[in-house]
Design a protein around this ligand. Structure first.
Ligand code: HEC
Length: 581
């Protein structure tokens, strides 16, 4: 936990009025993650190979534009050094496109991190535009905080900078010396924290915290749930509160978060709002107390529902799989007959995992009658090889939109790809699949495909390997689902549409791709794609030692099924629009 509460830090920063010397102050901060103006992810701990991270507070005011040249000079001076420069937009109302435009106009080339909750400015004690915090990303400490130079320092009025505080501090850091640079408060605009401060005062466990946890976390964090602890009482939550704070500030929980801009476009996206995050973190920072006589979390009656999508029309019991305690487990491919009495149309597919400690994913395909026999692809897989649905933690229900179904002719079966990871204990997984059928043949067949590139070649230690794949839609269609798939080196991904008139639209951005949370994203409103629209799937891979999931940064990576090899698939589902539509 922090040595300094954020409140204490804020007041300390406010006291930093004129000249306070901070020789290697070393205030502890927590790891944090933010999305930048280009939709890319920044996590402090993933930059621990740098000696210093220099953070400039920015608020879009004239102060920042005025400093653009000084900042450019500073970054040029440290070119090639293990120092990284970023801007922090803590206005709490940043718009990515507007930020990018303003930065371009002002000639600012730094990454602009969007501190939407303003919690990072608080954490770093930044209160004014252009104030600078120098962070030691390895020790997770603030080693210097103050004005950039004497043009932007309170009480100084230099026309041209002659005292370069931040540069001096950085030189000391690089030379491994104590920082003896004096620290001046920035003379920039005060950042408006009004929205936030009003929430610091009165966050109530019973009225605020418990309902947020119930809505955002308890589905998994309950007795028998897939998460490692149950948020079943105030005491439990208080005990876990330092960890809860860390997972919120690094955007690790709720899991599988996508760029906020897209959270409401899809069904079932795990999400937490800015205000909810502020409330939880402020409540934790002020001691995580319960101020009332009741404990709403302890009173929640959880009646576990086995089938979240309702009782299925057909339940398929997957033959129990014995999973050894250790070792790599090759994918298991099972073929199961379905004994359908007649041709059917699937409406939804749900998976109930047997043992979540070992089950990694299941992909279900439909196998054509008589093992293909001229139908389906080479393996007899129907419907262009797209699965009926998939299970991964947090992704167990697959639905198709109104009027669209997946055909399962009489005599067809299921082909299952089962992926397990060993857990240190031998166990048996008995998972189930529930299938819902349409009563009548739907108007449209759900189709699928992918924008993929199988030619993967990622060099050892390569940190930022970008790949792009695309797919053109030949007929007017409605896009119903997209889902990125990569393995442990996968870092981020997005989907973009390029329309026949040349205009472009990003439709999903996953800034922090997590192999462990294989989500597919079902659109609430299927998206119309005029014939000729191209889907562009872009993905970045991080094969460096800074990727905490990387099993071996020294390996050269090519395409392969196993998790230490890579894949690059932008999956999608769609239906063709009717003639004349
Ligand atoms: C979709 C299911 C799901 C939801 C929703 C969810 N969690 Fe989790 N949580 C997990 C799982 C699974 C783990 C185990 C670690 C992992 O797999 O990342 C976990 C782990 C954690 C941990 C322990 C982290 C660690 O390193 O051991 C904390 C703290 C936590 N979650 C907090 C939260 C909070 C706070 C929320 C709500 C804002 C939340 N979770 C929502 C599934 C979930």
């Amino acid at each position: 936990m922090n040595k300094f509460s954020t409140l204490a830090k804020l007041s300390a920063a406010a006291l930093l009025s004129t000249c306070v010397s901070m020789a290697n102050a070393g205030e502890r901060i927590s790891d944090f993650s933010l999305v930048d103006a280009k939709g890319r992810f920044f996590q402090l701990s993933r930059h621990a190979n740098k000696e210093a991270i220099v953070v400039f507070a920015q608020d879009g005011s004239r102060d920042v534009r005025k400093a653009a040249k000084d900042i450019a000079e500073l970054t040029a001076q440290f070119e090639g050094q293990p120092v990284e420069f970023v801007m922090l937009d803590s206005t709490g109302n940043a718009d990515k496109a507007a930020l990018r435009k303003a930065a371009e106009k002002a000639g600012i080339e730094l990454r602009i991190l969007i501190d939407d909750t303003q919690l990072i400015a608080e954490e770093l004690g930044l209160t004014r535009a252009l104030e600078v915090a120098i962070l030691d990303p390895k020790a997770k400490e603030i080693v210097y905080r103050g004005a950039l130079n004497d043009r932007f320092a309170e009480g100084k009025k230099a026309r041209r900078a002659s005292e370069h505080y931040v540069a001096d501090a950085l030189n000391a850091i690089i030379a491994d010396q104590d920082i003896s640079t004096p620290s001046f408060a920035s003379n920039g605009n005060a950042i408006d924290f009004s929205a936030k401060s009003s929430q610091i005062a009165e966050v109530s466990y019973a009225n605020d915290v418990a309902p947020i946890l119930e809505q955002r976390c308890v589905t998994c964090h309950q007795e028998g749930g897939i998460a490692p602890f149950a948020m079943s009482s105030h005491q439990m939550v208080q005990g876990w509160s330092p960890m809860i704070r860390e997972t919120l500030i690094t955007k690790r929980m709720p899991p599988g978060q996508i760029d906020v801009e897209y959270s409401n476009q899809f069904h079932g996206v795990n999400h937490i709002t800015v205000e909810e995050t502020q409330k939880l973190v402020h409540w934790i920072d002020s001691g995580a107390k319960n101020d009332s006589a009741t404990d709403p979390l302890a009173e929640i009656k959880i009646s576990p529902v086995k089938w979240g999508h309702g009782e299925p029309d057909m339940i398929v019991n997957i033959p129990p799989q014995t999973i050894p305690a250790t070792g790599t487990i090759e994918y298991r491919n099972l073929v199961l007959p379905l004994d359908l009495p007649e041709d059917k149309w699937v409406k939804a597919v749900e998976f109930v995992a047997g043992d979540t400690t070992v089950l990694h994913h299941i992909i279900a395909w439909a196998q054509a009658p008589d093992n293909g026999n001229g139908r389906g692809n080479a393996f007899g897989i129907l419907n262009q090889g797209i699965g009926l649905g998939a299970y991964a933690p947090g992704n167990s229900i697959n639905t198709y939109p109104e009027g669209a179904g997946f055909p399962l002719p009489q005599g067809s079966g299921l082909i299952l790809q089962m992926h397990y990871t060993s857990s240190g204990k031998e166990t048996v997984d008995a998972s189930e699949i529930g299938i819902h059928f349409w009563d009548e043949e739907p108007e449209r067949t759900i189709l699928g495909g992918s924008a993929a590139d199988l030619e993967i070649a990622i060099a050892p230690f390569e940190a930022n390997h970008e790949m792009v794949a695309s797919k053109k839609f030949r007929k007017d269609s409605y896009l119903t689902m997209v889902g990125p798939h990569m393995h442990y080196r996968g870092e981020d991904a997005n989907f973009k549409l390029v329309y026949p008139d040349g205009s472009e639209e990003e439709i999903l951005n996953v800034p922090n791709y997590q192999f462990n949370w294989q989500k597919t994203y079902d659109f609430k409103e299927p998206k119309f794609l005029p014939a000729g629209t191209e889907m562009v799937f872009r993905a970045t891979f991080d094969n460096s030692e800074m990727n905490p999931y990387n099993p071996d940064p020294s390996a050269e990576i090519s395409w392969g099924e196993q998790t230490w090899q890579e894949m690059m698939f932008g999956f999608f589902r769609y239906v063709e629009a009717d003639e004349g539509e």
